[in-house]
Unconditional design. Structure first.
Ligand SMILES: Cc1cc2nc3c(=O)[nH]c(=O)nc-3n(C[C@H](O)[C@H](O)[C@H](O)COP(=O)(O)O)c2cc1C
Length: 222
């Protein structure tokens, strides 16, 4: 029997707060669609900040800093879809998500883009200000990793200040539900194509944008 499709959500909040509530809402909706929905709370992940070496652009192998990022990257590789969810802090993404993007993206994912052709969804949570900017920042990172983005109608930005407010933003939650629905549909379509043809619907045999080398000629991520 084929395993149920799986979404892994990365939660960039420092607390069990609004972003966590939104992701629990998304998980309940995914369950109705028969989609597994696991959540990685970055606040519980042993994650160092970028170190002083600064040699990322010359490296052809993974980051030298040792922490739990490789295991999160492995879980992303095992999933069919990834949701990136973060609160807005100081008009930008909360620092846990920023650090994750730097450490996972620059430290591990850039070499052979192992998230290529996975389905991506993006959620930002804010009182109000720069919700769109953070949503856009996470979106371009998903696109950089050659993921397939599905729309949710209006962007899945949830407006919430105090704990519990997110669950009152009916329009925001509707956009989150639509996002999950469309991710489920796209994952099913890609899986069906793979089963029928034995190959991915989109090519991943491409050139690495960083150094002009073919993908896979650079170091693996595990
Ligand atoms: C340090 C800090 C900075 C914040 N900066 C912004 C901001 O720039 N724009 C905004 O709309 N909300 C801002 N907020 C509000 C949070 O985005 C909002 O409370 C959100 O619901 C928090 O999500 P969480 O409970 O998942 O952490 C900030 C909150 C904190 C703690």
């Amino acid at each position: 029997m084929t395993a149920a499709p799986k979404i892994l959500a990365i939660n960039g909040s420092e607390r069990d707060g609004n972003t966590a509530d939104v992701l629990r809402h998304a998980a309940a909706h995914a369950a109705e669609r028969g989609v597994e929905f696991e959540i990685v709370d970055l606040r519980n992940v042993r994650m160092e900040r970028c170190g002083p070496c600064g040699d990322c652009n010359d490296r052809t192998f993974v980051c030298a800093v040792r922490d739990d990022i490789p295991s999160v990257v492995g879980r992303m590789i095992d999933a069919d879809g990834i949701v990136f969810a973060a609160p807005v802090h100081g008009f930008g993404t909360a620092s846990l998500m920023q650090t994750f993007i730097e450490r996972a993206g620059v430290g591990y994912l850039r070499f052979n883009r192992p998230l290529s052709n996975k389905v991506a969804g993006v959620i930002s949570v804010a009182r109000r200000y720069s919700a769109g900017e953070v949503w856009a920042q996470l979106t371009v990172n998903a696109l950089l990793n050659r993921m397939i983005l599905v729309g949710s109608g209006f962007p899945a930005t949830v407006h919430a200040l105090h704990r519990g407010d997110a669950l009152k933003d009916i329009e925001g939650l509707k956009n989150v539900e639509r996002l999950v629905d469309r991710m489920a549909d796209m994952m099913a379509l890609l899986r069906e194509h793979r089963e029928l043809t034995g190959r991915d619907a989109l090519s991943s045999n491409d050139v690495n944008e960083r150094v002009g080398l073919p993908l896979n000629e650079l170091a693996g991520t595990k």
